[in-house]
Design a protein around this ligand. Structure first.
Ligand code: AMP
Ligand code: ZN
Ligand code: FE
Ligand code: FE
Length: 293
């Protein structure tokens, strides 16, 4: 069984509709695919119809934007995967509606700043964001690429879309603690996405000694964390070793995924996979939704 538990569609910043994603997954020989758009479950319905009778199983999920706030340091953005939550659960719905509303507003502010130096309007950006989808910087990238300013999303992220650049505007995200509570309350299984990369901020300070690292992950487990996405191209090799040790120590679920975004990122479907045993631990723990097949 080829199980890839993290992929995006046009419901957030992926290039493919849920129907197109199902086609790509089948072509890539994937048997089980996690549909994990940022801050929305709006792709689930189309995915349900698209995978029916194809042999592909979709694991409906979400990648919730969260932040970690430590005293004396800027907020750190982290991504929390929630597998099989009830999409209608009031706290999940309210919170994701709030994040998306703030993201819309924030993206408009970014476009306004970028428009001083580039030929771009909010109307152009908004025109290709489907209803219910999560607006993100890749939507601005799309227009900048279309207008010939950049060759691809990665290049646009090295330019005006960079997080530490003059055009960047942050958006609201719940604290990780709250994210864990929301996913758990909705019957989902919370798993930290790409927890140990060289580039992105992380939930836990990995500069500490092993005891410190274990203690910080143990605190997240107390708050509901169930697993770690260890096999992801952005985790460092040393990071994967440390995370595998943490997972053994704390008996955490371990996943592997592509984080596929279609043409918007080089990640290929099935490039990292999850063991069947680990997938079954997710299925056993989830009470909010069932896989689509
Ligand atoms: P936002 O959520 O609007 O702040 O945009 C960040 C999202 O854009 C991330 O979740 C990624 O999926 C995507 N992204 C970030 N960096 C890059 C990059 N260098 N190339 C392509 N996509 C990126
Ligand atoms: Zn993304
Ligand atoms: Fe992510
Ligand atoms: Fe992702």
């Amino acid at each position: 069984m080829r199980i890839d538990l993290h992929a995006h569609t046009t419901a957030s910043d992926g290039a493919d509709s849920p129907t197109e994603l199902v086609g790509h997954a089948l072509a890539a020989g994937v048997d089980v695919l996690g549909l994990s758009d940022h801050d929305t479950t709006s792709g689930w319905d189309e995915a349900r119809t698209a995978c029916a009778g194809t042999g592909l199983t979709i694991v409906p999920a979400i990648e919730l934007s969260c932040q970690v706030i430590s005293p004396g340091a800027p907020p750190r953005s982290v991504h929390l995967l929630g597998y099989l939550p009830n999409p209608l659960h009031p706290s999940l719905k309210t919170e994701t509606d709030k994040i998306r509303a703030h993201r819309d507003h924030r993206l408009q502010q970014m476009v306004k700043k970028i428009a001083v130096d580039f030929d771009i309007t909010w109307e152009e950006v908004a025109a290709h964001i489907p209803p219910g989808a999560t607006a993100g910087r890749p939507h601005i990238a799309h227009i900048l690429i279309e207008k010939g300013y950049f060759l691809d999303t990665t290049q646009a992220f090295e330019g005006p879309l960079r997080g530490d650049g003059p055009y960047h505007v942050p958006h609201y995200a719940p604290r990780l603690e709250k994210g864990l509570e929301i996913i758990t309350q909705a019957g989902g299984v919370p798993i930290l996405a790409h927890p140990y990369t060289g580039q992105r901020s992380s939930a836990v300070d990995h500069q500490q000694d092993r005891d410190g690292i274990r203690a910080d992950y143990a605190a997240l487990v107390e708050q509901g964390l169930s697993g770690l996405e260890i096999y992801h191209r952005e985790n460092t090799e040393q990071g994967k070793k440390v995370l595998a040790w943490v997972a053994r120590e704390l008996n955490l679920i371990v996943t592997g995924s592509s984080d596929f975004h279609g043409t918007k990122k080089p990640n290929a479907l099935g490039e990292n996979l999850t063991d069947e045993t680990q997938f079954h631990r997710i299925l056993d723990a989830a009470t909010g939704a069932v896989p689509l097949r």
